[in-house]
Write a protein that binds this ligand. Structure first.
Ligand code: SPV
Ligand code: MG
Length: 436
């Protein structure tokens, strides 16, 4: 009987290095590709450009591939236990660095299975990571960007979104990453906040900055990023206007719009009951959702309804009644907002909402109840966490301090040394600045 050979792959962009490893693997027996699912990848790396189905179709048609099976975990162990291969083949690039623990696990399991680990020299000069970087610099299409939010929602326990109000903050949302205990972390997408869009123009958050202006500026973010955008649509305005907004956002490749169930002059929710917060009727808001859903052209665009009951001082009961009605009217997700610091109202809402509805995505904006981690919020049933204003709120105090220092020293040496990035860094901050 032919021996079984296991090869784990993401197989997003095929290149000669991967073909080489497939050819080598096939020499030892029937080569089974363990194709990483979006879920297996999402908590460790950015989602691949191609979906699982697309990647599977490509890999299946490569000479030497005997079978393709899903690898649902980042660790190889569950699949090795399941398929019990005689060999596992891997490039030798996992002997050091963040993947070393995967290698150690694999050696242990293969020993207990009586199998062997084959490590083959890594093909120099070409890597999937390098190719992915080049693809990233080519940008994206509106269609691919729009779809990516739904893909993230089904691949990740919780989707992490940060506010962006210009090209520079877009670059931060796109590129900043950290490693925590060997695990790669970055933001999944961006929030086009009405609060920070308005504040960055020195205007109040009362829908005074019109849609055309906000979209014109959002284009700066879109030009330098590939990640999905969730657009803060305020109240959505009049139904007759909202249907045009939906079409415009879709055309730009925005993944979702969130509209709130308020009427009259909009006031920022974080004023809570210090401002007049008038909610729409359930019927009135459902009609807006329905009109928006009818207007959209693609299947991917999402209309998320935001419930302001807790902001307006009403009960969790009221919020639940409204949100179930909004979902029944066609909303693709709900956002529950609160300015309470203890988060208990949001938690109660989420747990009770989930008793009746296990799948509709819940969005939360934990600006005030910020003591909870994403993991804790996910346990309540929350699927999208939005850090709604943090780029602007962190920049402002830094700029004020710098301006004050210049005034108090009547020169800019101290301000530059203490508060400013080096000139060399700013000159090279934007990719492609320097002439070769
Ligand atoms: C925004 O960021 O504009 C929001 C969230 O709508 S909040 O400011 O909390 O209302
Ligand atoms: Mg807003």
């Amino acid at each position: 009987m032919a021996k079984k050979v296991y090869l784990g792959m993401i197989a997003d962009i095929m290149h000669p290095g991967l073909i080489n490893i497939i050819n080598e693997g096939a020499k030892y027996g029937d080569l089974i590709i363990g194709l990483f699912t979006d879920k297996a990848i999402a908590t460790h790396k950015r989602l691949p450009y191609l979906t699982y189905k697309q990647r599977e179709a490509v890999v299946r048609s490569i000479k030497g591939v005997f079978d393709v099976v899903p690898q649902e975990e980042w660790s190889y162990v569950p699949n090795l236990m399941k398929y019990k291969p005689d060999f596992i083949i891997h490039g030798d690039d996992w002997q050091e660095g963040s993947e070393k623990y995967l290698r150690d696990e694999v050696f242990k399991v293969m020993e207990t299975l009586g199998g062997k680990v084959i490590e083959i020299p890594y093909t120099k000069g070409i890597t999937s990571g390098g190719l992915a970087k080049e693809m990233e610099s080519m940008g994206t299409t509106p269609e691919a960007r729009m779809k990516s939010l739904r893909r993230l929602l089904s691949a990740k326990p919780v989707v992490r979104i940060i506010e962006s109000h210009n090209g520079l903050t877009g670059l931060i949302a796109e590129h900043v990453s950290v490693d925590v205990h060997g695990q790669h972390r970055e933001f999944d997408g961006m929030w086009a906040s009405s609060l920070t869009d308005s504040t960055s123009k020195g205007k109040p958050d009362i829908e005074a900055v019109d849609l055309t202006t906000r979209l014109h500026d959002l284009n700066d973010t879109l030009e330098v990023t590939t990640k999905p955008v969730i657009y803060d649509g305020d109240t959505g305005g009049k139904i007759e206007h909202f249907v045009f907004t939906v079409r415009t956002l879709e055309r730009l490749g925005i993944s979702a719009v969130i509209i709130e169930d308020k009427v009259g002059l909009k006031q920022n929710s974080l004023f809570g009951t210090d401002a007049v917060q008038t909610q729409d009727t359930i019927e009135g808001f459902c009609a807006k959702i329905q009109a928006g859903k009818k207007a959209q052209i693609t299947r991917d665009f999402m209309i998320i309804s935001r419930c302001e009951s807790l902001i307006a001082g009403k009960s969790v009961e009221d919020a639940l009644e409204r949100c179930h009605a909004y979902v029944a009217a066609g909303a693709d997700g709900i956002m529950i907002h609160s300015k309470n610091k203890d988060g208990l109202d949001v938690k109660e809402f989420c747990l009770r909402f989930r008793e009746k509805d296990s799948h509709t995505p819940i969005v939360a904006v934990p600006t005030t109840y910020n003591q909870f981690t994403e993991e804790e919020l996910a346990e309540w049933g929350i699927n999208i966490v939005i850090y709604a204003n943090h780029m602007l709120r962190s920049a402002y105090p830094a700029m004020v301090k710098c301006a004050e220092r210049i005034l108090s020293t009547s020169r800019c040496m101290e301000a530059s040394d203490e508060y400013c990035m080096p000139i060399k860094e700013i000159l090279n901050l934007i990719p492609g600045t320097k002439k070769k």
